[in-house]
Design a protein around this ligand. Sequence first.
Ligand code: PLP
Length: 425
Amino acid sequence: MLRRCAIVRCAGAACMGRLPTSGNSRGLYLDNGATTPVDPRVLDSMMPYVTEVYGNAHSRTHQYGWVSEDGVEKARKQLADLIGASPKEIFFTSGATESNNIAIKGVAEYQKEKKKHIITLQTEHKCVLDSCRYLEMNGFEVTYLPVEKNGLVNMEALEAAIRPDTSLVSCMYVHNEIGVIQPIAEIGKLCRSKKVFFHTDAAQATGKVPINVDRDHIDLMSISGHKLYAPKGIGALYMRRRPRVRIRSPVSGGGQERGVRSGTMPVPLAVAMGAAAELASQEMERDSKRIGALQKRLYDGLTSQLSHLIINGDLEKRYCGNLNISFSCVEGESLLMGIKDIAVSSGSACTSASLEPSYVLRALGIDAENAHTSIRFGIGRFTTEKEIDYVIETTVREVRRLRDLSPLWDVLVDGEEADEIEWRT
Ligand code: PLP
């Protein structure tokens, strides 16, 4: 186990003294918002279920099935424990996309005779927005609430938007692009008082910030394994039993996961997810301290050497693994090319095939130019101080170089210098 640990840390970059790419032609990884590497301890837990324990967890007639089922049930409990839920409230899925689809379409469909209105935010993940658009095409009404300049929901606007026929409010816990943490407990309390179900997409929050579904009055919650140091292709949906959430699942099939998500259970992935959840329970505090210190180092390093930076999203109410920055007068794609030995995302990562600036940053009121210049830095469990120092050094050098080439930068700086001159008339 230790040997594998060492290998992953080297692959992460910094272990050979020369930064960042020694022995790793892919460069330095700072895109943990997109996905996280599998923790070697998670891999160790799942491997026996890849090789020896291969029974179908739904086979009820023999030992192979029972042993697999035991692995899945242990994982269900590990995940439930992480979020203060009961194992019966956890349903395994293929990831947060599927969980979001099941939650939003499932609640809407179940309640459609009485309630046909849903509320979400303009800055939600594409899979939430697209689920809502699907419902709109099928006769439902959706309110897409704008957010404040700092990316947070306006609670008064949310309260005003709730109607007697509102069945669901869906709001992301930690934002994937700008890292802001919404006032989840407040939203949950409001929804409970209005008898509206509250769903949160916690793909970026689970295992990173302390979540308790009772404290936060969460009724449904989406979870993704690959943001939590487990492999891709596994996720979960939490659904409250008291008061009971009922859904009509959009997934048809053999009725596995009590009809919520039909399909054969990917046992090794579920086991991995459970192991990742248990590790997160044990290490969240330590991870947060380390990652928080690295975020501060990155922030201080960049802001002390570069002016005209915009930090996108509230700086305080934010997950410490995320820093989303716009560099004025720097073309985002050129900056990405200039720092190409560092894996980061542009602000528009989800729609990277398009040249449109991020719809999330636009919803914060950031102009198209600055939205184009944004970079999302995603710090994770395996990021090191040396890596952060390399990122600071490289980014500062590249931003200065690009600004030197930019006529806009000259105009900006000349304009400011002109403002400082006292003109005698
Ligand atoms: N929701 C959020 C907030 C995400 O960051 C992601 C991942 O990009 C998803 C949903 C989709 O998750 P998955 O890849 O598990 O389907």
